[in-house]
Write a protein that binds this ligand. Structure first.
Ligand code: ZN
Length: 116
Protein backbone atom coordinates (compact mmCIF):
# COMPACT_ATOMS: atom_id res chain seq x y z
CA UNK A 1 0.00 0.00 0.00
CA UNK A 2 1.40 3.39 -0.94
CA UNK A 3 1.81 6.19 1.53
CA UNK A 4 -0.96 8.77 1.26
CA UNK A 5 -0.85 12.42 2.26
CA UNK A 6 -2.36 13.06 5.67
CA UNK A 7 -3.95 16.32 4.42
CA UNK A 8 -5.20 15.73 0.84
CA UNK A 9 -4.88 11.93 0.68
CA UNK A 10 -2.91 12.15 -2.57
CA UNK A 11 -0.64 9.23 -3.39
CA UNK A 12 1.91 11.64 -4.92
CA UNK A 13 4.06 11.43 -1.81
CA UNK A 14 7.83 11.49 -1.98
CA UNK A 15 9.74 9.97 0.89
CA UNK A 16 13.12 11.14 2.09
CA UNK A 17 14.56 7.75 1.12
CA UNK A 18 13.06 7.98 -2.38
CA UNK A 19 14.87 11.27 -2.96
CA UNK A 20 18.12 9.47 -2.22
CA UNK A 21 17.17 6.75 -4.67
CA UNK A 22 16.33 9.30 -7.37
CA UNK A 23 19.66 11.10 -6.88
CA UNK A 24 21.44 7.72 -7.00
CA UNK A 25 19.63 6.84 -10.23
CA UNK A 26 20.47 10.22 -11.75
CA UNK A 27 24.11 9.69 -10.73
CA UNK A 28 24.21 6.28 -12.41
CA UNK A 29 22.60 7.59 -15.59
CA UNK A 30 24.94 10.59 -15.60
CA UNK A 31 27.97 8.36 -15.07
CA UNK A 32 27.03 6.07 -17.94
CA UNK A 33 26.22 9.02 -20.20
CA UNK A 34 29.68 10.43 -19.51
CA UNK A 35 31.23 7.03 -20.20
CA UNK A 36 29.32 6.84 -23.49
CA UNK A 37 30.50 10.32 -24.41
CA UNK A 38 34.09 9.26 -23.77
CA UNK A 39 33.56 6.13 -25.85
CA UNK A 40 32.35 8.08 -28.86
CA UNK A 41 35.50 9.19 -30.65
CA UNK A 42 35.93 10.59 -34.16
CA UNK A 43 36.20 7.01 -35.47
CA UNK A 44 32.71 6.29 -34.22
CA UNK A 45 31.37 9.09 -36.39
CA UNK A 46 32.50 7.31 -39.55
CA UNK A 47 29.73 5.98 -41.80
CA UNK A 48 30.91 2.41 -41.24
CA UNK A 49 29.42 1.13 -37.99
CA UNK A 50 31.76 -1.21 -36.18
CA UNK A 51 30.30 -3.67 -33.71
CA UNK A 52 31.41 -3.22 -30.12
CA UNK A 53 33.21 -6.24 -28.76
CA UNK A 54 32.80 -7.70 -25.27
CA UNK A 55 36.01 -6.12 -23.98
CA UNK A 56 34.74 -2.68 -25.01
CA UNK A 57 31.37 -3.31 -23.38
CA UNK A 58 32.99 -4.39 -20.12
CA UNK A 59 35.30 -1.38 -20.27
CA UNK A 60 32.28 0.85 -20.81
CA UNK A 61 30.49 -0.69 -17.82
CA UNK A 62 33.57 -0.33 -15.62
CA UNK A 63 34.04 3.27 -16.66
CA UNK A 64 30.31 3.95 -16.23
CA UNK A 65 30.37 2.59 -12.69
CA UNK A 66 33.44 4.63 -11.80
CA UNK A 67 31.87 7.79 -13.21
CA UNK A 68 28.56 7.00 -11.48
CA UNK A 69 30.36 6.75 -8.15
CA UNK A 70 32.05 10.09 -8.82
CA UNK A 71 28.70 11.60 -9.86
CA UNK A 72 27.08 10.21 -6.68
CA UNK A 73 29.75 11.90 -4.56
CA UNK A 74 29.29 15.16 -6.47
CA UNK A 75 25.50 15.01 -5.98
CA UNK A 76 25.72 14.70 -2.18
CA UNK A 77 25.35 18.46 -1.54
CA UNK A 78 22.17 18.47 -3.66
CA UNK A 79 20.78 15.50 -1.75
CA UNK A 80 21.68 16.98 1.63
CA UNK A 81 20.05 20.31 0.71
CA UNK A 82 16.90 18.58 -0.60
CA UNK A 83 16.58 16.53 2.57
CA UNK A 84 17.37 19.43 4.89
CA UNK A 85 15.29 22.18 3.26
CA UNK A 86 12.49 20.24 1.56
CA UNK A 87 11.87 17.57 4.19
CA UNK A 88 13.27 19.30 7.29
CA UNK A 89 12.81 16.74 10.06
CA UNK A 90 9.96 14.88 8.31
CA UNK A 91 9.90 11.63 6.34
CA UNK A 92 7.44 12.50 3.58
CA UNK A 93 6.59 15.39 1.27
CA UNK A 94 3.27 15.56 -0.57
CA UNK A 95 3.91 16.71 -4.14
CA UNK A 96 0.28 17.79 -4.48
CA UNK A 97 -0.27 20.06 -1.47
CA UNK A 98 3.25 20.38 -0.07
CA UNK A 99 2.41 18.90 3.31
CA UNK A 100 5.28 17.51 5.36
CA UNK A 101 4.56 14.59 7.64
CA UNK A 102 6.01 11.48 9.20
CA UNK A 103 4.83 8.01 8.32
CA UNK A 104 2.66 6.35 10.90
CA UNK A 105 4.71 3.81 12.80
CA UNK A 106 4.15 0.23 11.75
CA UNK A 107 1.90 -1.55 14.22
CA UNK A 108 3.91 -3.97 16.30
CA UNK A 109 2.87 -7.57 16.23
CA UNK A 110 2.56 -8.42 19.87
CA UNK A 111 0.97 -11.75 20.67
CA UNK A 112 0.18 -10.57 24.21
CA UNK A 113 -1.80 -7.48 23.19
CA UNK A 114 -5.56 -7.68 23.39
CA UNK A 115 -5.50 -11.02 25.14
CA UNK A 116 -6.53 -11.45 28.72
ZN1 ZN B 1 -1.20 16.45 0.18
Amino acid sequence: MSTRCLICESSAVLSKEAVGTLVMLASVIGGFMNAARRLSDPEAASPEVKPINLEQVLGFVTQGIELAQRQWAENQPFLQDARRFQFMQHDCLCLRCGALFNRAPEPELNPDSGVG
